[in-house]
Design a binder for this molecule. Structure first.
Ligand SMILES: *Cc1c(COP(=O)(O)O)cnc(C)c1O
Length: 400
């Protein structure tokens, strides 16, 4: 694209952009704000009608019977494993390439996370590696729809079902995606979402679990409310004051204020997914012509939700490392990020569980080569072009 070498901003040249383009950013419109204000003027600020409305709308959007709103995506994972009865002595298989919360949820319950390696082309959990990690202590498998691409749940079920293991989809990247027409949120036994502002739709902080299993949903509703069987509003309606705490739960409730924002945001999800996919298509096309810049592969027949757009830099084409590319792109005004440091390499896991480099070689190698480029619905075509120009400029400067 750029044949003559321009001086990199990191080396005193002119940056492609003067202001930093973030890798992700929420969109909050006037109607979102109005929805929140309406709740602020109502009788219920938390655990009122907006929670049930949001749960119904979310269940409908993903095609499940139940949705349970909860305080954040981490609490969603915690509640999911609680509902499945995960406890001390159990093992939960998780991919190495994910956010720490996926594995932490098992630790919260006294269980041991067991790290499985990922597929080199998609960085999704590799069903064969899951099989290799199963022991008599294995209770559940959490798959992560990394970057927004649904995992192969048919292949995963062939591994889990015959052994009676439960399957959880950490779908925090993938709301709005689908696999052969089946929507994310309905692909595993329990499916967890986050509504943090960098995710597709936001409630500030927030999360949810979707499922067709009403008994698991009941357990998660108990868990998010201290382990108490009724909530304040139900008692108010029934004119009762007594309640029973039947298990140790948490205060993991999502407020009506947040659920009103979530309802309003959810209506826009289809348009936002379409815009993310459009940006991804522009990137795919540009990078086809750039040796050394390899977008992750897409599985056949999936609709990818593109929470992040990940490229791998091929060291055979570049005479530098990912750290230098990261700094060079930031200097050009492109807010790249890295998803993720393999979880088993964090000091906590090394110290508590004795994990170490070499445990998941595919994830570890990928980690050295990946960058996430900006992608969010409000990006303009000009922003997309800036990213492409900056990547071309930087890889051009380091071409070997
Ligand atoms: C964001 C995220 C979480 C945690 O969600 P929070 O709402 O921040 O607690 C868990 N897993 C994955 C894969 C995520 O991306």
């Amino acid at each position: 694209m750029n044949s003559q070498r321009e001086r990199l901003a990191a080396q005193g040249g002119t940056p492609v952009r003067r202001t930093l383009l973030p890798y992700g950013k929420q969109t909050v419109d006037d109607d979102d704000i109005a929805a929140v204000v309406d709740v602020l003027r109502s009788d219920w600020l938390t655990t009122g009608p907006a929670v049930e409305e949001f749960e119904r709308a979310l269940a409908k959007a993903v095609g499940t019977i139940e949705a349970v709103a909860i305080s954040n995506g981490t609490a969603a994972l915690h509640a999911a494993l609680y509902a499945l009865g995960v406890g001390p002595g159990d093992e939960v298989i998780v991919p190495a390439m994910t956010f720490a919360a996926t594995a932490n949820a098992a630790v919260f319950l006294g269980a041991t996370p067991v790290f499985a390696d990922v597929d080199p082309d998609t960085l999704l959990i590799d069903p064969e590696q899951v099989t290799a990690r199963i022991t008599p202590k294995t209770k559940a498998v959490i798959a992560v729809d990394y970057a927004g691409q649904p995992c192969d749940y048919n292949a995963l079920r062939e591994v889990t079902s015959p052994r009676g293991l439960r399957l959880v989809d950490d779908a925090c990247h993938a709301i709005g995606g689908s696999d052969r027409g089946r929507r994310v949120g309905s692909l595993a036994d329990l499916n967890t979402f986050s509504f943090h502002p960098v995710k597709h739709i936001t409630t500030g902080e927030g999360g949810a679990i979707t499922t067709d299993d009403s008994e698991l949903a009941r357990r998660m509703r108990l868990f998010r409310n201290h382990g108490i069987t009724t909530d304040h509003r139900q008692r108010e309606k029934q004119g009762r004051w007594s309640y029973e705490m039947v298990d140790l739960g948490f205060n993991y409730r999502l407020s009506d204020i947040q659920c009103a924002l979530g309802m309003s945001q959810l209506r826009k999800l289809p348009d936002w997914i379409a815009r993310r996919q459009e940006i991804a298509r522009q990137y795919d096309e540009a990078f086809r012509a750039m040796p050394g810049v390899n977008p992750l592969e897409r599985r056949e027949d999936v609709s990818h939700a593109y929470h992040i757009y990940v490229v791998r830099f091929d060291p055979n084409f570049l005479n530098t490392d990912r750290g230098t590319l990261f700094s060079a792109l930031r200097a050009e005004g492109i807010g790249v990020n890295v998803h993720y440091i393999p979880v088993h390499l964090h000091p906590f896991y090394r110290e508590r569980f004795g994990t170490r480099p070499g445990l998941c070689p595919v994830a570890e190698a990928a980690y050295e080569q990946v960058l996430s480029l900006p992608i969010f619905p409000a990006m303009s075509d000009r922003d997309v072009e800036d990213v492409i120009v900056a990547v071309d400029k930087v890889v051009g400067a380091y071409a070997s």
